[in-house]
Design a protein around this ligand. Structure first.
Ligand code: PGA
Length: 251
């Protein structure tokens, strides 16, 4: 059975003290609870080392939200995948729509980051998804296909196994609008079929595909009940213990 994941994406929230306390709360909760899903906290860089220490004896895993596209050197303000790895973090989110939109990260750059992150021993949650206008004009499949082909499909299949894909329709992120479970299922199935064509049935069947975009305790169970939805990438609702825990338990 393929791996289920619920990953919290804290985005640019919580100072150091708040973040460490929150990670402690989440870790304590899941220490004593059986969960079918891998629970990941994707924190700002400043929290990584502290959160990794806190979760090291629990079942929660730490991840970053971005990484540099270069391994080291004169790149002021950047944090390399190997630096992330050295904190104890295991995952990195690459290609989030906020990075694509606000920082002009294109498919070529995201592919470079992905290759470097994998070479540095991190696992990657690779985000894709269409904007509202693309959904309305019916080009959403084409858009997602291009993001995956250019961002991921030059990976050797051994490396592809270290990828989870997050389908996040941009019009649903932080807006309160959620894709219907049917819309999520339709796109997730489409993604799995593309991976099947490129990497074969085994890879496709073992690929974890997360849904992201206004996922909440009230809609998580229905979205997660779809056969090609293997968990979620959770923004706003990952900042409240009760909501995040309820979403993990919805799986
Ligand atoms: P949201 O964000 O849950 O707040 O919509 C999801 C994400 O951006 O990963």
């Amino acid at each position: 059975m393929r791996k289920k994941i619920v990953a919290g994406n804290w985005k640019m929230n919580m100072n150091l003290d708040e973040g460490l306390k929150f990670a402690e709360t989440i870790n304590t909760y899941f220490k004593t609870k059986a969960s079918v899903a891998e629970v990941i906290l994707c924190t700002p860089f400043i929290h990584l080392a502290g959160v990794s220490t806190i979760v090291s004896k629990g079942k929660v895993i730490c991840g970053a939200q971005n990484c540099a596209s270069e391994p080291s050197g004169a790149f002021t303000g950047e944090v390399s995948p190997s630096m992330i790895k050295s904190t104890g973090a295991q995952y990195v989110i690459i290609g989030h729509s906020e990075r694509r939109t606000y920082y002009n990260e294109d498919d070529k750059l995201l592919n470079k980051k992905t290759l470097l992150a994998l070479a540095s021993g991190l696992k990657v949650i690779f985000c894709c998804g269409e904007v509202k206008q693309e959904r309305e004009s019916g080009t959403h499949f084409k858009v997602v296909k291009k993001q995956l082909e250019e961002g991921l499909f030059n990976l050797p299949s051994e490396d592809f196994k270290k990828i989870a894909i997050a389908y996040e329709p941009v019009w649903a992120i932080g807006t309160g609008l959620t894709a219907t479970p049917e819309q999520a299922q339709e796109m997730h199935k489409y993604i799995r079929d593309l991976v099947n064509e490129k990497y074969g049935n085994d890879c496709a069947m073992n690929l974890t595909i997360l849904y992201g975009g206004s996922c909440k305790p009230t809609n998580a169970a229905e979205i997660f009940s779809k056969p090609d939805v293997d968990g979620g990438l959770i923004g706003g609702a990952s900042l409240k213990k009760e909501d995040f825990v309820a979403i993990v338990e919805a799986i």
